[in-house]
Write a new protein. Structure first.
Length: 249
């Protein structure tokens, strides 16, 4: 985990420094002399979880794939004709979905306050809401065909959690466990960090810098997102695939 954090910090510090070494007016390859291109991005998101569990959470596993959404403004800062530092502020909803073994309800924490049989479940799901800050490098090709270029995007993503919401509280095994802790602690930590790899196509609309884009992006979670105090025996990482679309201007 420490190596992953160092890697993310290195990317945060190195990208802006690298970009500042270049001067002059660049246009992103369309010939309009602008170094900054703003945009808006919308992305349906497929979320999968990596789960590793031990001790009282032994037997927990991933509950499968979920569909969520991401959207927000973006900004590309060009430091050469085909190279840009790409960032933004994205509101992204991720999910965590656990498959829970029935023996979990034999844990000592349920002894003093048992869960009624009708409310016991083999499932636990949460929605996690994040503000994401991309810290990525974007590379453009020459035109593949009329007014259309391909781009490749790679780098990191820093996530700041703004909310965690249990789904189906009355039958949510993790929520039931959390409510019986001596102090009401969050299930998940304050943030996440991801490696990012994506590619797509951008089509210039022929009106200055206006363009639309479509692409696919993979984000691999690098850190354990569970609260390390009460849930240190439950390791969860999020991996997502996004189908992105949007406009730039």
């Amino acid at each position: 985990m420490n190596k992953n954090v160092v890697l993310i910090l290195f990317m945060i510090l190195s990208f802006p420094t690298f970009a500042q070494r270049y001067s002059g007016d660049y246009d992103g390859g369309y010939g309009f002399g602008s170094r900054i291109r703003m945009g808006f991005r919308f992305a349906p998101t497929i979320v999968s979880n990596y789960v590793e569990a031990g001790r009282r959470f032994n037997g927990f596993d991933s509950g499968g794939l979920d569909m969520r959404v991401s959207l927000g403004p973006t900004a590309d800062f060009f430091f050469a004709e085909k190279y840009a530092f790409s960032t933004g502020l994205l509101y992204t909803v991720k999910s965590v979905h656990y498959s829970v073994p029935s023996r979990f309800y034999n844990d000592e924490i349920f002894s003093a306050s048992p869960v009624p049989k009708a409310e016991q479940s083999g499932d636990a799901s949460y929605n996690l809401q994040y503000l994401q800050v991309p810290l990525t490098l974007k590379l453009y090709t020459d035109e593949l065909f009329d007014r259309t270029k391909m781009y490749i995007q790679c780098g990191g993503m820093v996530d700041i959690k703004v909310a965690e919401k249990p789904l189906d509280k009355y039958t949510n095994a993790i929520y039931q466990f959390q409510q019986r802790l001596p102090s009401n602690q969050n299930v998940f930590g304050f943030g996440d960090a991801n490696l990012v790899l994506g590619l797509g196509l951008e089509y210039n609309l022929g009106r200055g810098m206006d363009a639309v884009f479509f692409g696919i992006q993979y984000q691999r979670g690098l850190v354990e997102i569970n609260n390390q105090r009460a849930f240190d025996d439950l390791i969860t990482k999020n991996n997502i695939i996004q189908l992105e679309m949007g406009v730039r201007f």
